[in-house]
Design a protein around this ligand. Structure first.
Ligand code: FE2
Ligand code: FE2
Length: 310
């Protein structure tokens, strides 16, 4: 057992509370600091928006794609944080008359997700100020939250841990090291990452705690529900890829023929599946926690479902 493995669950909640207090930030004072977005810079790095998949586009057009995807990236986080926060508030009931430090960790988690949603609404509006009119993100956060929360807690926590781990991976591996990115966009995800690091630890603690109370049959059903949730995420990605490719074609300043338009839409979908499904599914910590809770056959069912999303 390594040093981390020896830390008790209550110590881990305690550390999350301490770190949450230490890194806490304010949207205007710390993140925005009176700045505006600059349309001459990229918002997402090449490895995240999949620059190479947009083979027919010029350098400047690719930068525009990175800005469209950056705006969608902010909106997708605002979207998922609606159901994540509702689930965290629901789980906090289990700690009301128990470990008060765990309760505080969940309350801070919830408070942070409310702030993050406000940040991402602000970012969407600020990007709207510097990009052409016509961008659409028509997914209703409450509608998605109702559908997601209709699934079992186990399935929702699996999806949540996946999301909160890939947020960190994207920041550390590609957003932070890219020197050509918008400084403001980078800061949004630097500050977001600082608070998300605690969320992923809490997701894992809550998932493992909740899992211990399930029967074999309940867990097996939950595995199917997790697969259904991933398929629902893919449905959202397909419609947003269509919307964003249409917006690009309508505002890029030149005619885009049908065949190229189809290729651009396919590239958007490929990028979104990478960002929101495969990069998280391949995250080592996600794989480690998931495989500690499920059987090999259940793992194969999940892998087979993921393999259809290419
Ligand atoms: Fe967040
Ligand atoms: Fe979070």
């Amino acid at each position: 057992m390594n040093a981390i493995g020896k830390i008790s669950a209550s110590d881990r909640y305690e550390r999350c509370v301490q770190t949450s207090k230490r890194v806490r930030w304010d949207i205007e004072k710390d993140v925005i600091r009176g700045r505006r977005f600059d349309a001459s810079t990229k918002f997402l790095p090449d490895g995240l928006y999949l620059a190479d998949a947009f083979a027919s586009l010029s350098h400047d057009e690719k930068r525009f794609v990175s800005q469209i995807q950056g705006r969608t990236y902010a909106n997708v986080f605002g979207l998922v944080e609606r159901f994540i926060n509702a689930k965290v508030l629901e789980l906090s009931h289990d700690h009301w008359f128990g470990d008060q430090v765990a309760l505080e960790a969940l309350v801070r988690f919830s408070d942070e997700e409310l702030k993050h949603q406000a940040l991402f609404r602000r970012i969407d509006a600020m990007i709207g100020d510097v990009l052409p009119e016509g961008y659409r993100f028509d997914v209703d956060p409450n509608g998605v939250a109702h559908a997601v929360l209709g699934k079992s807690t186990w399935a929702v926590l699996a999806l949540t841990l996946d999301i909160e781990l890939f947020t960190q991976l994207h920041y550390r591996q590609s957003i932070d090291p890219d020197t050509e990115l918008s400084e403001l966009f980078k800061d949004v995800f630097l500050y977001h990452w600082r608070e998300e690091s605690q969320h992923a630890i809490i997701d894992e603690l809550e998932w493992v705690r909740h899992d211990a109370g399930l029967t074999t049959e309940e867990r097996d059903r939950a595995v199917d529900e997790f697969i259904e949730l991933v398929a629902a995420v893919d449905g959202i990605l397909q419609s947003q890829a269509k919307a964003d490719a249409g917006y690009f074609a309508a505002t890029c300043g030149r005619a885009v023929e049908k065949a190229e338009a189809r290729a651009i839409e396919a590239a958007f979908l490929k990028a979104y599946r990478w960002q929101y499904i495969h990069s998280g599914a391949q995250h080592p910590q996600f794989g480690k926690v998931l495989s500690s809770l499920i059987t090999q056959r259940q793992g194969q069912r999940i892998q087979a479902a993921l393999a259809t999303l290419h």
